[in-house]
Design a protein around this ligand. Structure first.
Ligand SMILES: [Mg+2]
Length: 173
């Protein structure tokens, strides 16, 4: 399988097929922070996000894994949602994923990453060997360091469309 193609693709975190993830025996959901769970620079999760996370807690152990190193913001968000977090994760490298795996004695099949970037969340998750879910970014406002990733993402999107492996906007489970 192409390492740049997600296993599931949805417009946002509300529309992810969590029943399917449960049926696939996923035990741990790992959310990316910026533009997946929260808009960039926002510190307060929306009511809808709080509701969703609370509902998901019944079935899954939930983490935020972010490349963001702003500990104060990460702590605030994680505390507000009552979930764990790993910061400065350096996705697509496996550091953050490994930490979650070890902390919980998981197997890779137990874990799923949900994120808005192919070059970090999806490539990192596929390389590590866990379930991958791509969602659209919440906003067009991005962190500076994301620009270079989007540049390469666009190149891969073009290639994937040509090879008929993935088309932007064509959502699937
Ligand atoms: Mg992101």
């Amino acid at each position: 399988m192409d390492k740049y193609v997600p296993k599931m693709y949805k417009p946002n975190i509300q529309e992810v097929n969590y029943d399917k993830l449960k049926k696939n025996n996923i035990k741990c959901l790992i959310f990316d922070l910026d533009n997946t769970l929260m808009e960039v620079n926002s510190v307060t999760p929306t009511e809808d996000t709080c509701k969703l996370i609370n509902r998901l807690k019944k079935d899954f152990n939930i983490y935020i894994i972010s490349n963001n190193s702003h500990k104060e913001r990460l702590t605030k968000v994680a505390d507000a949602l009552g979930i764990h977090y790993v910061g400065s994760a350096m996705k697509p490298f496996s550091k953050g994923f490994k930490k979650v795996l070890k902390e919980n004695n998981y197997k890779k099949e137990d874990m799923c990453i949900i994120g808005d970037q192919i070059m970090t969340d999806i490539l990192g998750g596929n390389r590590f060997g866990i379930y991958t879910v791509l969602v659209e970014p919440l906003s067009t406002e991005e962190l500076k360091c994301t620009g270079i990733n989007r540049f390469f993402e666009k190149k891969h999107l073009k290639r994937l469309a040509k090879q008929k492996k993935f088309n932007k906007g064509e959502y699937y489970d």
